[in-house]
Write a protein that binds this ligand. Sequence first.
Ligand code: IPM
Ligand code: MG
Length: 372
Amino acid sequence: MKLNIAVLPGDGIGPEVTNQAIRALNAIASEFDHSFKFTTADVGAIAIDNYNDPLPDETLELCKSSDAILFGAIGHPKYDNDPSAKVRPEQGLLELRKELGLFANIRPVKAYETLLDKSPLKKHIIEGTDISIYRELTGGIYFGEKHLSEDGNLASDLCAYSREEIERIAHLAFKAAQNRNQKVTLVDKANVLESSRLWRKVTTEVASDYPDIELDFLFVDNAAMQLILNPKQFDVILTENMFGDIISDEASVIGGSIGLLASASIGEKHALFEPIHGSYPQAAGKGIANPIASILSAAMLLDHFGLNNEAEQLRLAVEKSLKLDITTPDINSKYSNITTSKVGEFIEDFIFHPKDKNINFTNIHLGQSTII
Ligand code: IPM
Ligand code: MG
């Protein structure tokens, strides 16, 4: 298969982790005889520096004309601490989601057997957790009308949802549940918010098309608690933009590190793949950023194009690296010298030589060649 992939590394650790995802995709292309062409463009703080615009026209055009987008991370502390900044890096990502109509953000959360001890949560609680979060991505409070009074003393953000916006992602969530454990949990705040009551009404109506799927409702405050008390009760979580943002970061604790959580943002015409973590500027350039979320996002890209064996191979490589502790310091308590690119190198090697038993552990941990 031929794919044109737009690469938007973005800020902070974005470029480092994205490089490892490209490396993995190149290995897959060569092993499975595909042709992936990567074209890079700026987004976020780096784009503000270079173009005075967090989403330059040429970046948007590139994304529109590509088959898929591989996104790194966005954000810079100089904007975080300046509430009066008129232009912000995050606007680049939000505008991109809106312009490309990426309304469904899918965030898988899994407790890896080999990482059960890495989570601050108890092993027996997280073991076997397998959740798919369906977060609405182009509506709600993120995109509602914003207002700041002239004297600067009153601000508001509107949370608005239309029936159509709810229906289209609800259908995707129910379809996903059909191939999983037949359960959808709608997370909302219907005891307080009018918009949440519309979510309940529309989702209940959509559910009637899927009689095989159990539909459950949870208020978001309770859902936040249930996620760490008993995460195994969840299969597909369906929720609006802001709640999805918050509970997916929370859910990453189950996996042991936010550096493991991948995501796919899907629309009718376009698809973007990105780790859920931020730009982690403190780690930029140090080689300590975990590339796995980015690499697993690349696996979701492969799945999106029906390249399921390829995606499986990539996931197998990731699982092997976790098993052998070829991991960055966020999840590695044994070895402190395994860098972002070392993890990428191992995964690349594994894709080329999946059956090779001659892995030289000494060399891996010395940072030398991984396969002899
Ligand atoms: C995410 C991020 C973004 C969001 C930021 C960077 C705008 O936190 O993808 O979860 O809030 O959606
Ligand atoms: Mg977030």
